[in-house]
Write a protein that binds this ligand. Sequence first.
Ligand SMILES: Cc1cc2nc3c(=O)[nH]c(=O)nc-3n(C[C@H](O)[C@H](O)[C@H](O)COP(=O)(O)OP(=O)(O)OC[C@H]3O[C@@H](n4cnc5c(N)ncnc54)[C@H](O)[C@@H]3O)c2cc1C
Length: 511
Amino acid sequence: MATVQSISQWHDTADLVIAGAGVAGCATAIHAIECDAGLDVLMLEKMPEDKAGGNSRVSGQTMFLPRDVRKTIGYQRQLNATNPVPEAQLRSWAEEAVMLEPWVESIAREAGFTLVRTMVDDPAPLFNVCEFPEFEDSDVVEYIGTLSNQPDTVLTPSGLWEAFRRCVQNRPVRRQYNSPVMDLVQDPDSGEVFGVQVRSPSGETRNIRARRGVVLAVGGYENDIGMLRSYAGLHDVVPLGSPANTGDGVRILQRAGAEMYNFTQYSTLAGGLWPAIQVPGEPTAFMRQIAWDAWSWIDIAQDSSRFIDESVDYRLMHYKEKRFGVWRDTAYPRVGVTHMVFDDATREAQKLVVDLMTWSALVADYRWSEDNSAEVSNGVIVSAGSIRELAEKIGRDPGALEATVDRYNAMVHAGVDGDFGRPAEKMHPLDKPPFHALRILPGVICTGGGAVRNGASQVISTTGDPVPRLYSAGELGSIHTGLYQLGGYLAECMATGRVAARSLVGAQPWC
Ligand SMILES: Cc1cc2nc3c(=O)[nH]c(=O)nc-3n(C[C@H](O)[C@H](O)[C@H](O)COP(=O)(O)OP(=O)(O)OC[C@H]3O[C@@H](n4cnc5c(N)ncnc54)[C@H](O)[C@@H]3O)c2cc1C
């Protein structure tokens, strides 16, 4: 924290300073101008303009837009049962969430998009609309929305974020890129926030005065392995979202004296850990394919044994499974580094990574080849003429891997997976050489810990009082502390951003 007394020069002044250009930052900016068209809003973004947008830009673009406050509170309270959030925060979330639908529709119209709804009774949904139908009030999930501008396509990659970005551009919001917020300018005694320190594109520290307040909307910490180890108990994991999300917000909030919460969530992380592939040298990872046409593949643990029914579509439950009556992570994060072992029929059948989301697929420079042949050539996929040779190449016991593949192939021919119950129609033999192996790590999509915020999106200090003029929105300090309903993060970004905007519009300027 920089003390206000140490500031000899202010380089710029705005009514409202927003850090981060994801959906939370954009929602804050749009709504602030809606509430007061004369407001001077400054948005500071760490990345260059073509790489801005955070996880919002590369997410699945789905929103949970409820219509009933009481049921939203009831359903969310059950999702949070193991790690409850304050009731006032729940109420604020629910009251704002039910106002989002018409607002999102207006954003969509302005940006040339359409709100596309996948209803809970859709006969062939792309995803699980209501993730926990066994919970009371789960009928509050009537549909999951997204914004699309492509006819006949349910999901437009980056569509929702793009609509918000366009609406920010349409408004008098000053935007500065390549400008990471490094710290707050605060009174050391009262904690009052007077502005921020930002690193300018030329590398100097600039002091920016925020007359009404500051909103931190800088996302999570999935690109800081030290924080993942310490706060989430994770190691050997890879990020699926923006490389910019390095936990800057967490550190700024800690220095500001904020009360931190929610780093360890229900199982590991509310959004689950997804099988992911990192191309060496790339900062982020690809998500492994989630819609399979090819079935001549298995996943093996570090001892070369299978450990799961690989055909279960765990993406529908955010990589959770209900066992012994409780929801927990699947075996993937517990097993850690695994290998997908497959034959050439699977290699040539389809792209092994997801196209619709993740930073690697949508923004990064490396392009995964359609038939995976480039990855065979560059060694991301390890190939060999026999299973024995493949095992040697990936540093595994050849006898153990051969035994696993032989056992699997025998079960394919018998038509029964006696080990994990994989359905016969989703078991094809590994019999078409060359054979291949792909290193799989658990991939992180969300890291929701942060500062406790109250129903006005104010950051709460360790004394229990709001830190004056400091607000947070989005994933940084999320209420998704337990089980996670699809679309909840992006809806929370909008709800907390809008609430922060209204609180700030009503705040008295300090200068
Ligand atoms: C692959 C994937 C799929 C997902 N699918 C869904 C989904 O379908 N539905 C859903 O609800 N959620 C989904 N999520 C989660 C959701 O995307 C995030 O929770 C949400 O986008 C967080 O938004 P945000 O605005 O808080 O942060 P972000 O969108 O991450 O934006 C943070 C911004 O802050 C910038 N920044 C970082 N540090 C600084 C700094 N120091 N100063 C200034 N700027 C900074 C970043 O560059 C970035 O632009 C998904 C996430 C991933 C990765």
